[in-house]
Design a protein around this ligand. Structure first.
Ligand SMILES: Cc1ncc(COP(=O)(O)O)c(C=O)c1O
Length: 508
């Protein structure tokens, strides 16, 4: 037997699925689960080791050929040993998202308490629709949503749901606003409606456009408000655009402020937007999927001043708070509106004559039927750390961003895309020595600098030393978007990141 089971009392090469529960023996089942825990433990120890690679990259066409040959689902059962070998291979090929130098996405790290919570929910394998199927988890979801609502400055009349991602939470925002303003659309759709329009930042997350498309209003119903040099939308422009739309006979009903934009990390101005929403009777949604966790920090919560007057909020604990993915909350100030919007009264699931108070069944508030238990991953982690623990974690992420910003300013080859970032996003160009002499506005510079970030990214991926995202934005050529979301990241990683980019890019 290979490495995987070197100290096992069982011969897994000759054991199969029916040797473990529900058909097999308890002793083998216990050992089998311990083996898997051990595999995951070793993966996480590696992932937390800075000397290990963040990724062992293989080109997909090569992997595909290998998978086609070796990973097919066969007619006959495979041994438990084979399953362990397969899982080890899959983990080896996976990005070590817990690695302190995994900066590629707006989630990073592996909070072990949150992971254990995910195991608990997997072990319980239930669905959130009814109290009878997920009694503890439903009550815990409600407690967690109430806590988050309170952080927004709302009272217990608020409502919400945990959803599979911020995109779905944003979809709920548009759908709920539509229902609030035009409840007849639940039955009649958009037939006979005037042209409805919504306003978002030009730097909003693309899920807003998708929500407009899904809900039948079309992406053309979204008007993109221009942003200033800090990436925040300009409220005066918003008001001008609302008036313009009204003049054309369109009906504005929804505005989304992003609290922490995806690329620049900008916080749109909430308070002036609320005034405009009030004046023109529009729903004010805050997409705080990324930046919402600032509410847990005394130092940074001012970034979302005014949130207490908003109608709804998207907030992803799987991003800055570090809960395991996926964990996204949609919070809405008005109790009852989600039920009113989505209720279908399926009589096989939401019987009215149950023995308990059916207000505890959450399923008919959702756009799903079965729903994963996501709140638990946030709740257990938050209980473990308390508000103060999460606050310290958030402040540390902001500290890393400030350190990187000052390091970029100090080094000649790093040039900022935006000064004084507000969230943990730090966006910059690395300008190699060969391009230093070029005029920054010249077409030659634009073309050459555009190729630098992709090339450095390629080199870092092949080396496995770290992962960072890059993209163009508006008229700006490709730049690095550095984001801090991983509680394992320390000052030494910030210095490493700058040194490594210099090492990988100086000959370009
Ligand atoms: C501002 C913002 N909103 C929404 C989303 C979508 O979140 P999810 O990836 O959980 O669907 C993102 C994702 O990065 C985001 O940055």
């Amino acid at each position: 037997m290979g490495d995987i089971n070197n100290n096992s009392a069982f011969d897994y090469e000759n054991l199969f699925h029916n040797n473990i529960l529900p058909h097999g023996k308890i002793g083998i089942t216990e050992d089998f689960l311990h083996r898997f825990t051990d595999l995951i433990f070793k993966h996480l120890v590696k992932a937390n080791d800075r000397k290990e690679k963040v990724i062992d990259f293989t080109h997909p066409h090569k992997l595909e050929a290998d998978f086609n040959e070796n990973f097919q689902i066969e007619k006959d059962p495979l041994s438990l040993e084979k399953l362990m070998v397969d899982c080890q291979r899959v983990m080896d090929l996976s990005v070590k998202t817990a690695h302190p130098r995994m900066f590629n996405q707006l989630f990073s790290g592996c909070d072990l308490v949150s992971m254990v919570a995910a195991w608990v929910t997997a072990g319980c394998n239930s669905s959130m629709y009814t109290h009878e199927m997920a009694p503890a988890f439903n009550l815990i979801e409600n407690l967690t949503l109430q806590k988050m609502g309170k952080m927004c400055g709302w009272d217990e009349e608020c409502d919400g749901l945990f959803n599979p991602g911020g995109s779905i939470s944003n979809l709920y925002a548009v759908q709920t606003a539509l229902h609030y303003h035009f409840p007849q659309t639940k039955d009649n759709g958009l037939f006979g409606m005037p042209r409805l329009v919504m306003f978002i930042s030009a730097h909003s997350h693309y899920s807003m456009s998708r929500a407009a498309a899904i809900l039948g209003m079309g992406t053309e119903s979204l008007k993109k408000v221009p942003v200033d040099s800090q990436g925040k939308f300009i409220p005066e422009k918003l008001e001008e655009m609302v008036l313009e739309a009204k003049q054309k006979g369109e009906v504005p009903f929804f505005v989304c402020c992003t609290a922490g934009t995806t690329v620049l990390g900008a916080y749109d101005p909430i308070e002036p937007t609320l005034e405009i929403c009030k004046k023109y009777n529009m729903w004010c949604h805050i997409d705080a999927a990324w930046g919402g966790a600032c509410l847990l920090s005394e130092k940074h919560k001012g970034l979302m001043k005014g949130v207490e007057r908003a109608d709804s909020v998207t907030w992803n604990p799987h991003k800055l708070m570090g809960a395991l993915i996926q964990c996204s909350a949609f919070l809405v100030k008005r109790k009852g509106i989600l039920a009113s919007c989505n209720k279908m009264n399926a009589s096989y699931l939401f019987q009215k004559d149950k023995m308990y108070d059916i207000k505890y069944d959450t399923g008919d508030k959702t756009i799903q039927c079965g729903r994963n238990i996501d709140a638990f991953k946030c709740w257990l982690m938050w209980r473990a750390k308390g508000d103060s623990g999460i606050e310290a974690q958030i402040d540390q992420l902001w500290h890393c961003a400030a350190l990187l910003y000052s390091e970029c300013k100090r080094r000649d080859a790093f040039e900022m895309v935006m000064e004084n970032p507000e969230c943990t996003n730090v966006c910059f160009w690395y300008v190699p020595p060969s391009l230093q002499h070029l005029d920054r506005k010249s077409p030659e510079f634009m073309e050459k600098i555009n190729a630098v970030a992709p090339k450095i990214k390629e080199r870092m991926m092949l080396k496995g030393s770290m992962m960072i995202g890059y993209q163009p934005l508006d008229d700006k050529p490709n730049f690095f978007r550095m984001v801090f979301a991983n509680q394992a990241t320390k000052d030494e990683d910030v210095y490493f990141l700058c040194d490594e980019i210099e090492r990988l890019g100086q000959d370009l």
